[in-house]
Each structure stands twice: as structure tokens, then as C-alpha cells.
Ligand binder design. Structure first.
Ligand code: F6P
Length: 325
């Protein structure tokens, strides 16, 4: 028997926002319309399903949003959705609203919700979007490139003034408990040392010594990148000052990394993933995550995806260390 063609697809963003989410939303909406499917925007993540905060979208609803960070559907975390009753109620509301399939844009928490909803009979597809790039089933998550470039731009500006005062600069970048963003930014910004949760270090031998050596070899400025999962930036600054005599300043870049106009990479990746997600629902798939793996866009079952662990890029860590001399 031919699969009943899907006619109405919901989409939502959940968890921490990421630049490029709007490009994914635009791609989902336009792909739906091109396939004679009604796209339904769900506002404020899973809360929107529980509170029926939804609106039918059309091609004009997503005009000009590609170049804007953030998410036009807003986002929020939803505790009620973590309960069985909450998931059941959301599934009921989907059926009441005629939402036959749902595209959930966000991180691992978003995918756990999508998996639970699929178990209640609502077909779901996840799209990976988090600046942390810590989703194991995909080599790339929407938002990472933009956040990295935002941090690098800030660090390049910092380098001007730190150089002028011959100071050490400690910069904390986001990433929650992962070091992918910090490592990438550290390599790109020429850091003397990059501290990440996956690679515990001894401040004395791995940082102070490196700064001393750099200073001895004529470095007028030392940059240390610290992932927020490591923290201890003020303690480190104090150590550098007392043990090397170098004046030191701490900068925590913070939420600026979550905003800004998405880079071309994020816009293109988000557009490809959004299109692919709709096609998977049309093909009858459910409880899958769209992934970028070996330069291809593929789909992985959510259960499998959530079991996977994302390893650090060990070679990138080695390169960053070796060329920091
Ligand atoms: O997960 C993305 C992220 O930006 C993390 O890097 C950061 O630790 C966290 O979100 C901050 O969360 P919130 O926006 O709720 O403060």
C-alpha cells in the first residue's frame, strides 16, 4: 500500500540557539512548499507543542532570515516535555493540529525529545545545531563555524592591545563541557596554549613554562585559550603574573559567540540539512538525525546517535601544541 503522502510538517528549535538555525528553518519551509506540504512553525521549542503555540508558515514567512543569527521560532528548554505525560500530551496536540511529521533543530536534548515523540507515533527528524559541535553522530553542527569566527575576530582585536602592552591574554570561549570550539579557535588564533576539558594539564609545566619560553625567545604577547568547561581563568592569570612577571588580562567572550550573521558555511550546511530532513519525512523515515559525515549528508537513527561519543580531534590538538613554540 502506498505510503500516505505527508501533508503537514511541524518545525521547532530547541536548546541553546545557534547562528544558521534561521537558514535551516527557511530551507525546511521552502522545501515543504515545493512538495505541496504545509509547514507549521512551533514556537519556543517543545513548549509550543504543549501550549499550541503554532502558526502555518508560507514562502514569505522566511523572507531574508538567512543572514540573521538566532531563531525566528524562538527557543526554550522544556522541563514538562521530559515527563512521559508531557510527551503524550504533545503527541496528542500534534494529532489535533494535524502535524504528521516534526523537524527538531537543536542538540542532543532536542533529539531525546524527538525520539520520545516518535515513540508516540509522530514521525520526527533532528537537525544538529549547536555552537559546541559536540553532537557525536555528525562531523559538523550548524553554528560552529560562525561562533568560531566571532571568537577569532574578538581575539584578533585583543591581540592588538595585548601586544602593545606586552601582556599575556587569557580568553575563555564557550563549549559547555566540550573543547571542540576552544581547540579550533586556539589553533586559528595562534594561541601559546589551549586548555580543554578533554586534556587536563598542569598549569605550571603546560602554561607557565610555555609563556616563560616564549618570552625568552622574544614573544612580546602570549595568548591562552581556555574552554569554559576548564574555567579557573582568574587563578591562571594570578599564576602567570606572580611566576613570570607578565601583566595578564582575562576576557570571557560569552554569548556574543551565539549571535551574529551566519557564515556561508553555516548557511549552506543549514540549507542542505533542512532540505534533506523534509525529504526523509516524505520518504517515510522517523526518529533519525541528519548528519554531515565524510563530506556527505546522511541520516542516523536517533537511538544510535545518542549512544555515540564524540572524540576530540587528537591530531588538531597535536598541531596546535607543536606550532605554538
Ligand atoms: O550549548 C551552547 C552553549 O552556548 C554552551 O556553549 C554554553 O555553555 C551554554 O550554551 C550557555 O547556555 P545558556 O544560553 O542557557 O546560558
Amino acid at each position: 500500500m502506498e505510503n500516505k503522502r505527508i501533508r503537514r510538517i511541524g518545525l521547532l528549535t530547541s536548546g541553546g540557539d545557534a547562528p544558521g538555525m534561521n537558514a535551516a528553518i527557511r530551507s525546511v519551509v521552502r522545501t515543504c512548499i515545493g512538495n505541496d506540504i504545509t509547514p507549521i512553525g512551533v514556537y519556543r521549542g517543545y513548549n509550543g507543542l504543549l501550549n499550541n503555540e503554532v502558526a502555518e508558515l508560507n514562502a514569505r514567512s522566511v523572507n531574508g532570515i538567512t543572514s540573521h543569527g538566532g531563531t525566528m521560532l524562538y527557543t526554550a528548554r522544556c522541563d514538562e516535555f521530559k515527563t512521559e505525560e508531557g510527551v503524550k500530551r504533545a503527541a496528542q496536540n500534534c494529532r489535533y493540529l494535524g502535524i504528521e511529521g516534526l523537524i527538531c533543530i537543536g542538540g542532543d536534548g532536542t533529539f531525546r525529545g524527538a525520539r520520545d515523540l516518535a515513540a508516540q507515533g509522530i514521525r520526527t527528524i533532528g537537525i544538529p545545531a549547536t555552537i559546541d559541535n559536540d553532537i557525536a553522530c555528525t562531523d559538523y553542527s550548524i553554528g560552529f563555524d560562525t561562533a568560531a569566527n566571532t571568537a577569532i575576530d574578538a581575539i584578533d582585536k585583543l591581540a592588538d592591545t595585548m601586544q602593545s602592552h606586552e601582556r599575556a591574554s587569557i580568553v575563555e570561549v564557550m563549549g559547555r563541557n566540550a573543547g571542540h570550539l576552544a581547540l579550533y579557535v586556539g589553533l586559528a588564533s595562534g594561541a601559546s596554549a589551549t586548555l580543554i576539558p578533554e586534556k587536563p594539564v598542569n598549569f605550571e609545566s603546560d602554561v607557565i613554562e610555555v609563556i616563560r619560553e616564549g618570552h625568552y625567545n622574544g614573544k612580546r604577547h602570549s595568548l591562552i585559550i581556555v574552554a569554559e568547561g576548564v574555567g579557573r581563568t582568574n587563578e591562571l592569570a594570578e599564576m602567570i603574573k606572580t611566576q613570570t612577571g607578565m601583566e595578564t588580562r582575562v576576557t570571557i567572550i560569552g554569548h556574543i559567540q551565539r549571535g551574529g550573521s551566519p557564515t556561508a558555511r553555516d548557511r549552506v550546511m543549514a540549507s542542505r540539512m533542512g532540505h534533506f530532513a523534509v525529504k526523509k519525512l516524505i520518504d517515510g523515515a522517523s526518529s533519525m538525525v541528519v548528519c554531515y559525515r565524510n563530506s556527505e549528508i546522511v541520516a542516523t537513527p536517533i537511538d544510535e546517535a545518542l549512544q555515540m561519543k564524540k572524540d576530540l580531534d587528537g591530531y588538531m590538538y597535536e598541531v596546535a601544541k607543536d606550532i605554538a613554540i
